[in-house]
Design a protein around this ligand. Structure first.
Ligand code: GMT
Length: 377
């Protein structure tokens, strides 16, 4: 395939969409494409030197004439500048609002026929899509893009139902870099956390937003802990943290729940875990599930959004109804007390990651998409 010049815009701070955008950029750069990140700060996963990657910072100045700092206009201006200066073939933006709309404006400002690819990650549809003051702009961003992708079939159907765009949408799943996420057992880490050999380890990783229902994770764990020795690792931080700390104390679980805060090397934490719980109310895909599965950890998730496209019930984990903490605990106990089932699901989890979500497969799907866009122009 011809080597392309690709601009990427995403939210550069912590979050699944920023992770996917940055990891995609890194892997495309390794394949010889020239990648230009156009973001408000350095994407947090751009943590190692990769040749072919360039960073263009969007500066948003605040003037007293503005009630709100004009991020969107500053972004569009920077995109237009990079399109012209670098002669970009493709501008791949993550999120319809504001990024797709900014890309359309930038293409117009630059007067160059750059291809626009928009990836929808969830919140832009599952939250903003319900806001009638924004849905018109979301539809505009989608329809003016040359190609639009969603990270699950579920999000694709939700987008069609809510936004009804006159535009085809392709599903391209999330992926992980297998060089970072693999079974990497460290007995020292267990000892460091004072986890005993007979204790099973349950893990939850999120940004502790309300939609993640971390309280259901703790309630399910209380059932599990009642029946067997176990520890719960809570990784991440966010608005619900105080409530969760109180819940853990009120259930008398302080000794068995470890609050680890935000962590960089989660693959090592997954590798000492026996089970992952993700009991969200909204989840377009659930990248953290894939990260866990790539480290050989079976998962239990809710019957919501894209989660059932990642967890195949009874094969590589279990699916339970939202808020049904008893069912979650039942499945968890079945898995944690039966080594045969656990081994089978662990192998199936690893197999799913390499069959359905392998980075080389997903990156090729994006390359094919870019190729189609360029041939359309
Ligand atoms: O889950 C979050 O709160 C972060 C959010 C984001 O915007 O980064 O994640 C979304 O995008 C990820 C990457 O595609 C998906 O794996 C997450 O499921 C999705 N989150 C939601 O839909 C709530």
């Amino acid at each position: 395939m011809k080597k392309l010049k690709i601009g990427i815009t995403c939210y550069p701070t912590v979050g699944g969409s920023g992770v996917i955008a940055t990891e995609l950029g890194k892997l495309l750069a390794e394949k010889g494409h020239e990648i230009h990140f156009i973001t408000s700060s350095m994407p947090f996963r751009l943590n190692r030197m990769v040749p072919n990657i360039f960073f263009h910072q969007v500066e948003v100045n605040s003037y007293s004439v503005f009630q709100y700092a004009p991020y969107d206009i500053a972004l569009a201006s920077k995109m237009a500048e990079v399109i012209q200066k670098e002669n970009l073939d493709i501008l791949h933006v993550h999120y319809a609002i504001p990024h797709a709309v900014c890309a359309v404006l930038a293409r117009d400002m630059a007067g160059q026929n750059v291809g626009i690819v928009t990836t929808l990650h969830g919140t832009d549809i599952s939250v903003l899509g319900y806001d009638s003051s924004l849905s018109g702009a979301i539809r505009y961003g989608i329809e003016k893009s040359d190609m639009v992708t969603t990270v699950s079939e579920s999000l694709k159907h939700e987008t069609i139902r809510l936004i009804q765009p006159a535009q085809d949408i392709e599903t391209i799943y999330n992926f992980v870099d297998e060089r970072e996420y693999f079974p990497n057992k460290s007995s020292e880490l267990k000892a460091y956390f004072n986890i005993q050999e007979d204790e099973k380890v349950v893990i939850h990783v999120s940004n502790f937003r309300k939609v993640k229902h971390v309280e259901d994770v703790v309630s399910s764990f209380a059932y599990i802990r009642n029946k067997m020795p176990a520890k719960l690792l809570l990784v991440g931080d966010g608005p619900e943290m105080n409530n969760i700390v109180k819940q853990v104390a009120s259930l008398g679980l302080d000794e068995d729940v470890l609050f680890l805060g935000k962590q960089n090397n989660v693959s090592e934490l997954y590798s000492i875990s026996d089970l992952k719980l993700l009991l969200s109310e909204k989840e377009s895909f659930g990248l953290v599930l894939l990260e866990a599965m790539a480290c050989g950890v079976p998962c239990i998730g809710t019957d919501i959004g894209g989660i059932p496209e990642v967890i195949e019930h009874g094969l590589n984990g279990y699916i339970a109804p939202l808020h049904d903490v008893e069912s979650v605990a039942c499945y968890a106990l079945k898995l944690l007390t039966n080594p045969d089932i656990h081994n089978r699901m662990r192998e199936a989890a690893l197999e799913s990651v390499s069959r359905k979500f392998h980075s080389s497969l997903i990156v090729s799907q994006y390359e094919e998409l870019y190729d189609k866009v360029i041939n359309q122009h």
